[in-house]
Design a protein around this ligand. Structure first.
Ligand SMILES: [Zn+2]
Ligand SMILES: [Zn+2]
Length: 122
């Protein structure tokens, strides 16, 4: 599973753990290591040396919960109906096409500025 940063990017530092000692992870680590990870915000997985996949899922949960990382690339959540939509289908104010169709703006003649906003301008 790949996750994606939204508002902020963080750096995760990995450590191999052997007999309670943390060693900064590097590519040449062989054998049976336990793992721990530390986030640039100060968060620490504190497993004392768990299997890598378990620490990885802790890290991903941490990124999702504390740093608003997302599992859904190229999507947005409509602010009207809360449905997940493809990012390309986003209308002003984070509305999906159905919700946008109900707004007063949608029923007024569209301006060039609104068009530009809709298609990627800010
Ligand atoms: Zn963090
Ligand atoms: Zn909607």
């Amino acid at each position: 599973m790949k996750i994606y940063p939204t508002s902020q990017k963080v750096t995760i530092k990995w450590f191999g753990v052997s007999q309670g000692e943390r060693v900064p992870a590097n590519a040449t680590m062989r054998g049976t290591w336990g793992w721990d990870a530390v986030c640039s915000c100060g968060w620490d997985s504190r497993t004392g040396g768990a299997i890598r996949s378990s620490v990885e899922s802790d890290v991903q949960m941490h990124k999702i919960m504390e740093h608003n990382y997302s599992r859904l690339p190229n999507t947005f959540v409509c602010s009207g109906c809360s449905k997940v939509n493809p990012a390309l289908a986003m209308f002003p104010n984070s509305l999906c096409v159905e919700c946008y169709a109900l707004t007063p703006e949608a029923n007024a003649p569209i301006t060039a500025r609104q068009l530009a906003q809709m298609w990627g301008g800010k």
